[in-house]
Every structure is written in C-alpha cells, then in structure tokens.
Write a protein that binds this ligand. Structure first.
Ligand code: 6R9
Length: 667
C-alpha cells in the first residue's frame, strides 16, 4: 500500500457532482430488483441471516448434483470455503440445465466475426459442441484437476474451449491474445499446464495476426515440458507450423468424438479457473476461483445488475482473456439462459461506428463496455459525423454498462445521451479479477444514478472505506476500499503462492478485511462510492491492469542497453492512464533523433516481453533517476514530472537535482 493516494481533484469532483438520474417509473416497475425499498430489503436479508441468505440463493440458482450442508467454512481464514461439501458442474449449470426446457432452441450466442459474418448457435447446439470438445480433451488424456492454457481469439470456439474444460473438471487459464510469447511461457510454467488450446491466427481489424506461432515461440523458450498437447483451431485458411505428435487441429481432435459427454461433478471449491493479473510486484498473480461460489455470483449479477429478461440480447464487448469476458461472456449469460453477442473484431473497423451498427443489426438490449472504448468513440464521432451513434437506430437498447476503470462524468453524459437516448440506466460496475463479479454497482431499476459513481454495494457485499488501520472513516473523506465479510465469488488463493495471497489481500493491520487495492470516497449526501484509483503500484491503461514493476523488470532485462528504469502512470484523456518510463542507459544519455530511436527500440522490447498493451507512451532519459540520499527512487516526484507539473515537492533530500530537467523531456 505504497505510493499514490486518492487524488484530491477526483474527490472534489464527486463532491460537486449533483446531477442525479433516477430510473423511470416504468423501468422500476418492470425490473427484477424493483426500487430502492427492494434493494434495501435484499441487503437486510443478509444482515439478519448472512449464511442462510447465501445458502438459499445458492440452492435456488444453481443445480447441485450433491447438495451442500455447510455454507461458509471459516476454519482457515482468509482461505474461506463456500458450499464446501456440495458438488456441481459449471458447464452443466450453463448448458444441460436449459436443454429439455423451452430455452434449448433459444440462441445462446450470436457471433459476429471481424469481417461481419454472423454465426448463431442455440443452447442445444452449444451443448453438443462443448460435449464433443470435452470428449476430445479426454481423448488427449486431459483429466480433472489438469490445467489447460487457452490462447484463443474471441470466437464461439473460445467459449466452447472454456466450457469443455469446466465440463471435465480441468482448470482453464485463459491468456489474452495480445500477450507475448514470454508472458505465455511464464503462465504455462506457473500453472503447470498440460495442454494449450489456440488458433492458427486471429482476425483483428482486417489483419491476420499469428497466435500459433507465438505458442510455438513460448514452448521453445524452455521450461514448458508439462505441455503434451497443442490443439489448434483453424480460424483462417493460412497454414501454420504443426509439430507432429504434439499438435492437432480441432478437426483432427474432434473426429469421431461423440457429442454427448457426462459432466464431471466436482466439489464446490474445485478450481474452475486461474486468471493471471498484475499486482504490485513484478510477477503476475494467478487468481484462483472456485466453481460453486463464482458461478453463483455470475448468475445472480446477470439478474441483479443487468436485469436480464428472457427476450434480452446481451452484449459484453470484453475479450475472454479478461475477467469480464469470463464472467459476462463465458459463464454468466449462459448460466442465466440469455442470448448474447460475441464479437471478434475491434470497435474501429471497418469504421468507428461498428458498435452502433452492430447494436442496430442484432437489436442489442443490454450493452456493456469500457470507458476507454467510449472515450475513443466520442472522439471519432466528433471528428466524423458518419460514425456518430445518431446514425444508427439504437432504440432496442434498455440498459448500458461500464467497467474496467472510472468513467469520467463527461463520458458518462455522452454515453447516456447519444447511446442511451437519455432513457437507459448506466450501470457503472466496480469489480476486479479477484472479486469474480460485480461488487459495487447501481441496479438499473432501483438506484438513482450519479455520473461517475459506482453508487452502492450489491446485497451481500460489505464494502466499506477505512483508514490504514482498518477503522471506518466518515463519508466525504477518501480512504482505502475494503470488503469486510467474505462472499462466494471471492478469490480463493494465488495459484501456488498462498503466502502472497494473504499478504496482498488480507494484510494484518486491516482487521481481516479484503483489501481491494483501490482508493475510494463516499459522497456526503447519499453515501455513494466513487473509486479514485489504485493505491498500489498497479496502472490501469485502457482498462487493462499492468504493474509498474512488471514494466520496469521488462525494461531492465534489456541488459545491453538499460541500467535502470522507473515506471509511473500519468492521466491520459483517452486511455485513462498512460505509462511513463524513466530510463537510465548504460551508455551516455541520448538526445534528439537518437533518443527517439532508442525510445522506440525500448517500446518494442516491452511489447515483446509483456505484450503491446504494456508499451510505454512516454520514455524519458536521464543520467540518473531522482533518488533520496538513502538511494530510494522518488516516485512521487516522477509522477509530477510525468504530468508535466511544476515541482513543488520538497527536493532538499534529492541527491542529484540536475536530472529533473533531463527527465522532464519526452521522446
Ligand atoms: C473488472 C476488472 C480491476 C481494477 C480495479 C479498479 C478498476 C474496474 C471500475 C474500476 C472504477 C469501475 N476498475 N471497474 N474503477 N470504476 N467501474 O476491470 O477487473 O482487470 O482486475 O481490474 O480496475 O482499479 O481495482 P481487473
């Protein structure tokens, strides 16, 4: 819990934000959670009988092959267990559950490819695909408890691969298709994966980008001997390298496999997946989620936050490589029996009106995306009237959502007016990889909305703002966001590193509360939460989490060139935060064209080490970094330099003040 604290300007703006948008009477009337009184009653049910309420919801919303008798086990805090002695299967709860009901012929997924081609699958068809793929996995010797790494584009096949792993009790670990071979290799080794599921290529914005070649590169880096099988989906007609004995195309693997596969029942605590995310230290953390509790929350938040109704067409734009794509693409919409859109491409291809055109084409009713996408589409719409949302018929929409980073009130207002036609509630959902699903969010048929605020905790979630000793602090004062009581979809541990789990999320001084890692403030009048940003060394660039240390390690691993590096974030209008790297080279400090050229070389190096999303926007060179006399890098000062602010901090302890002028210059 070092470095920056809640920025004071963000706190001020929540105090002055006084626009309030209550849901219309008709929206309240039709909603699953109808009005604030019902929301409060739901919260009170947890206050009166915490475990009993969770147990009731788990029984009502999931199908258990063996009912649980214990709801919450607190014997080894903070390693909480939920519904411990119950058994279920996640895939059965998403698919089998609906087959044999009127939902079986309902469209489960409307897939739109990068080039606009549309494919639809019903629940019955999806179950057959998942079952056949599950049988193919079993035929490769993959079994319950094995870890399978998935490196796939957004496709029906990507969802099928995840569901098939769940069906046989294998724990999946999806890696976003933008991560590098090195990142992939690290995750394969950490998870001890036995197989990789990938595609030859992925299509993004009309370009064919390799996936299998990156897998080959990762496996060739060494240490990946646990991998026995690589299954390759042929997304495009282009051939890719195949290693005999190890690699099989989907077609080969599926040949002769039955479309019926009995789901493997697993204990509620069985790890459904591991998803790597950035933390404050160099190494990404494998966030481990449990089957029962995770699925319960995925299911419930579809009903509560999105008010999912039988005729809704739900569209979450997140990639399956992120937690949002896990909970609100691969599991939640299916567990809830909804129809959803899965989109392969990018929002700006063939033009920046793509999202709006797709909403019109598929008559989407619920649209869930990230502020960074909204901000870039605002810019595009302002520059070119042809891609403005007003050019599309968006009247099918009834609920909008936002996720991944704070949404600034200006972007909120534009989204509300131009996309939501001033009629759609916006659910600004705050949550994390670790929370499994939404934790603080408005409910569309209940909560009066305030732009830029994620409003109130969901029923059952005891979110609070405390000081560094875990004491409650009054509304209107910024502090540390915690969740006081455990909840079913919480992270269970960091894969292979339980000590780090305890240290990162349950530090001793915080009274056993879950530490989210964000700063927050509650408004004085309504007690609404506003997230003010990370309080650790984690950056949020376009809604993607990146550790500053991770990027620093990547830079200094270029040992022929870099002596030292420090990375901080600075505010950016488009991406929320931008990465700013301060670098000391082993040679003399470059200037002019040479500095630009070396900066680019370093950007490409970081892209290769981590992935293009981690490329620093600014790179600045100095003869040294600003350090205290005890040798500590003065990060506070670097943050001011990154922002281009005048240095007002006390620099009397600074060893080498002359470097400040050098580090103020961008290349
Ligand atoms: C779901 C997801 C988590 C971090 C989180 C916070 C930021 C997410 C937010 C938000 C303000 C929101 N964050 N949603 N900040 N308002 N509605 O994004 O998970 O990738 O793990 O990132 O994102 O800083 O701590 P993840």
């Amino acid at each position: 819990m070092s470095s920056s604290t809640a920025s004071s300007s963000a706190i001020e703006s929540v105090l002055v934000e006084n626009r309030v948008f209550p849901p219309s009477a008709a929206t309240v009337k039709a909603a699953r959670v109808s009005g604030m009184a019902q929301y409060q009653a739901m919260c009170e049910a947890f206050d009166k009988d915490f475990e009993g309420t969770w147990a009731r919801l788990a029984r009502e919303n999931l199908v258990w092959s063996k009912p649980f008798t214990k709801t919450l086990s607190q014997g080894s805090k903070p390693f909480y267990k939920w519904f411990e002695d119950g058994e279920l299967n996640a895939s059965a709860n998403c698919l089998d559950k609906h087959v044999g009901t009127p939902i079986e012929n309902k469209t489960a997924i409307i897939f739109e490819a990068d080039d606009g081609a549309v494919t639809k699958v019903s629940y019955k068809e999806l179950l057959a695909k998942v079952s056949q793929f599950a049988n193919a996995l079993k035929a490769q010797g993959i079994k319950k408890g094995d870890r399978v790494l998935i490196y796939m584009p957004m496709t029906i096949e990507g969802v099928v691969a995840m569901q098939a792993c769940a069906r046989i009790g294998a724990t999946h670990s999806v890696v976003f298709g933008g991560f590098s071979a090195k990142s992939l290799q690290e995750r394969i080794i950490d998870a001890g994966a036995v197989a990789v599921i990938t595609a030859n290529y992925q299509m993004r914005g009309g370009r064919e980008l390799p996936l299998k070649a990156i897998v080959d590169e990762a496996l060739g880096m060494g240490g990946c001997d646990s991998i026995k099988t690589v299954l390759v989906y042929q997304r495009t007609a282009t051939a890719c390298n195949m290693v005999a004995g190890r690699d099989k195309t989907f077609t080969e693997a599926l040949a002769g496999q039955s479309t019926v596969c009995k789901p493997e029942q697993v204990g509620a605590e069985h790890p459904l997946f591991i998803l790597y995310t950035s933390g404050s230290t160099g190494k990404p953390k494998g966030v481990q989620h449990a089957t029962g509790g995770y699925l319960l929350w995925a299911r419930l938040t579809m009903d509560w936050t999105f008010d999912l109704q039988p005729n809704d067409i739900f569209w979450c734009t997140a990639d399956i490589g992120w937690i949002t794509g896990h909970t609100y693409v691969a599991y939640g919409p299916l567990a809830a029996g909804g129809t959803q859109i899965v989109f392969e491409g990018v929002p700006t291809y063939p033009n920046a009106g793509r999202f709006w055109q797709m909403i019109e084409k598929h008559k989407a009713t619920i649209f869930y995306t990230a502020p960074t996408a909204i901000r870039s589409l605002i810019k595009a719409a302002e520059a070119d009237e042809k891609v403005h949302p007003a050019r599309s018929n968006l009247s099918s929409l009834r609920i909008l959502g936002s996720v991944g980073e704070p949404i600034n009130p200006e972007a909120w207002m534009w989204y509300h007016k131009h996309v939501g036609g001033e009629r759609c509630p916006i659910v600004d959902t705050f949550w994390q990889t670790e929370t499994g699903g939404h934790v603080i969010t408005p409910l569309p048929g209940a909560t009066p909305l305030v732009p830029g605020s994620c409003t109130l905790p969901l029923p059952g979630i005891s979110a609070a703002i405390v000081d560094e000793m875990g004491n409650d602090i009054p509304n209107g004062t910024g502090g540390i966001l915690v969740i006081k009581k455990p909840w079913p979809s919480m992270i269970r541990t960091i894969w292979g590193d339980p000590e780090r789990f305890k240290k990162s999320y349950f530090p001793e001084e915080l009274k056993g509360y879950y530490l989210a890692g964000d700063g927050a403030v509650r408004s004085a009048d309504r007690g609404y939460f506003r997230i003010t940003g990370r309080i650790d060394d984690v950056l949020n660039v376009s809604g993607h989490r990146l550790g500053t240390m991770e990027i620093e390690s990547a830079l200094v691993s270029k040992t022929d060139l870099v002596a030292e590096a420090a990375v901080v974030g600075r505010p950016d209008d488009l991406t929320g935060e931008a990465i700013c790297a301060f670098v000391v080279l082993k040679r003399s400090r470059p200037t002019g064209e040479e500095a630009k050229q070396i900066a680019n070389e370093l950007r490409n190096w970081v892209a290769k080490e981590i992935g293009p999303i981690a490329k620093p926007k600014d790179i600045r060179f100095g003869d040294n970094l600003p350090k205290t006399r005890s040798g500590k890098i003065m990060r506070r000062l670097l943050r001011s330099l990154a922002k281009g602010e005048a240095i007002t901090q006390d620099i009397t302890t600074l060893e080498n003040p002359a470097v400040l002028d050098q580090l103020a210059q961008t290349n």
